[in-house]
Design a protein around this ligand. Structure first.
Ligand SMILES: Cc1cc2nc3c(=O)[nH]c(=O)nc-3n(C[C@H](O)[C@H](O)[C@H](O)COP(=O)(O)OP(=O)(O)OC[C@H]3O[C@@H](n4cnc5c(N)ncnc54)[C@H](O)[C@@H]3O)c2cc1C
Length: 401
């Protein structure tokens, strides 16, 4: 019997997982990758450690119900079993974030490349896909290196985040076939603020709680590490707010961000999590009590020594005692923008997944057309959710009969 010809567009996270599974199931698999190597972005993930999944309940945006269905059809336990089966042991940290046990993103790429060789997957590099045509029972894939015929195609071309790592606009491949595009925008990206409140703080890294408000209404809140930059703030805690911030700015709302330094001072525990939105002044009373107690022990000019880094103390040295509790639990920044795709980790928006079946990622009307990973309008929080969706959707598509 002739083997089924499966052509995979894009050799990133979803494409690599799909290629291995399809080849193991007996398909004749070809990967078409426009870069000079596969998995370029994978190497940069999780700060070089590759946070490849998360054991907690799925946290997704865009089309969250579609994402949930995909992850019900291919749960995290099965994704991790897949990695185990190709030689990659994994472990989870106390927050449920899953990494390779050796904590090396390179190890993830190594096991994929080894499998591609063992399974004789035809990996063609420097091949940019430019168009797709359906021809009776087959698909024709148009590229800069000629045309390829396939029984089925898996579009695994990713989103627009991190162009330096190979991201490119491939949406037209699917919109050309009638798929709908939800306008893409950067998500998990640093935030730009008015310069004055962050002046002199660049390089400072500390644990904090951030509350994002639109027209004074609390919209979202995260706790984690904040990193100050000359343009504003970065770090996981800030980047998690980029999706909401972008939408608020687009709606022309007044967008404010309040930094609560309570975790730095020790008034609340240091953690990394998304919290329910609430008043930015929640810890003002506790902050006042802490300061008041300290005032009885130390001279007023030494009040913050030992509790806050010097750069921040310098910034607050002109603040009067009565204003200090509020400044320390709700340090105000006015948001002016979200950094571009150059610095974003993922894309919000993309191809509307409702045209695709979450059982096998196949188009509901175009037989043999599958789409996986970030090219779809599904984006997750930091913590492994985005790679997990890419791997799960790639595996489901590959398993389709
Ligand atoms: C710095 C950084 C760190 C990250 N860390 C994490 C993390 O720790 N955990 C996590 O869950 N997520 C992380 N992400 C997000 C995660 O990497 C992506 O969501 C995931 O890689 C998406 O997988 P994908 O297969 O859809 O796309 P990609 O992995 O982007 O792969 C798409 C591939 O398609 C190729 N391609 C595109 N267009 C064409 C074309 N026309 N023809 C041929 N080939 C094409 C690209 O070159 C690329 O190789 C991170 C992202 C960045 C930028």
């Amino acid at each position: 019997m002739m083997k089924r010809q499966t052509v995979i567009l894009g050799g990133g996270a979803s494409g690599l997982a799909a290629a291995v599974v399809a080849a193991k199931r007996g398909d004749n698999v070809t990967i078409l990758e426009k870069n000079d190597r596969v998995g370029k972005k994978l190497l940069a993930t999780g700060n070089g450690r590759c946070n490849l999944a998360n054991l907690n309940a799925p946290v997704y945006y865009g089309n969250p119900s579609f994402a949930r269905e995909v992850l019900q059809n291919k749960p995290v336990s099965e994704v991790l079993r897949f990695f185990e089966s190709i030689g990659l042991p994994t472990h989870a940290d106390s927050a449920g974030r899953v990494y390779p046990t050796c904590n090396q993103a390179a190890a993830v790429l190594d096991v994929f490349r080894t499998q591609l060789d063992l399974l004789s997957v035809n990996t063609l590099l420097n091949v940019r896909v430019t168009g797709l045509r359906q021809q009776s029972e087959k698909w024709l894939v148009l590229t800069n290196r000629g045309d390829f015929s396939a029984d089925r195609i898996l579009v695994c071309c990713g989103g627009l985040a991190a162009p330096k790592l190979g991201a490119e606009n491939a949406y037209s491949l699917l919109t050309g076939l009638g798929c709908r595009l939800i306008t893409p925008a950067p998500a998990l990206s640093p935030l730009e603020t008015e310069k004055e409140p962050v002046r002199g703080l660049s390089g400072l890294r500390l644990p904090a709680v951030l509350t994002l408000c639109g027209n004074s209404e609390p919209i979202a809140r995260t706790q984690g590490e904040v990193l100050f930059a000359d343009y504003g703030i970065s770090g996981v805690c800030a980047m998690q707010l980029a999706r909401d911030a972008y939408i608020l700015l687009k709606q022309k709302k007044a967008v404010q961000l309040f930094i609560d330094f309570s975790p730095t001072i020790g008034i609340i525990d240091q953690r990394m999590e998304r919290l329910a939105p609430g008043s930015p002044y929640e810890n003002e009373k506790a902050m006042y009590n802490w300061l008041d107690h300290r005032r009885s022990q130390f001279p007023i000019q030494s009040l913050l020594i030992g509790a806050l880094p010097r750069l921040l103390r310098e910034r607050l040295k002109e603040t009067s005692f009565d204003k200090l509790p509020r400044m320390l639990c709700a340090y105000p920044l006015t948001l002016t923008g979200v950094r571009s795709f150059d610095q974003a980790q993922i894309t919000q928006g993309g191809i509307d997944p409702s045209d695709f079946d979450p059982i096998d990622m196949q188009h509901r009307h175009l037989h043999g057309l599958h789409a996986c990973g970030e090219i779809l309008d599904v984006d997750g929080d930091c913590g492994g959710y985005n790679l997990q969706f890419a791997f799960a959707s790639g595996i489901l598509a590959a398993e389709a009969n």
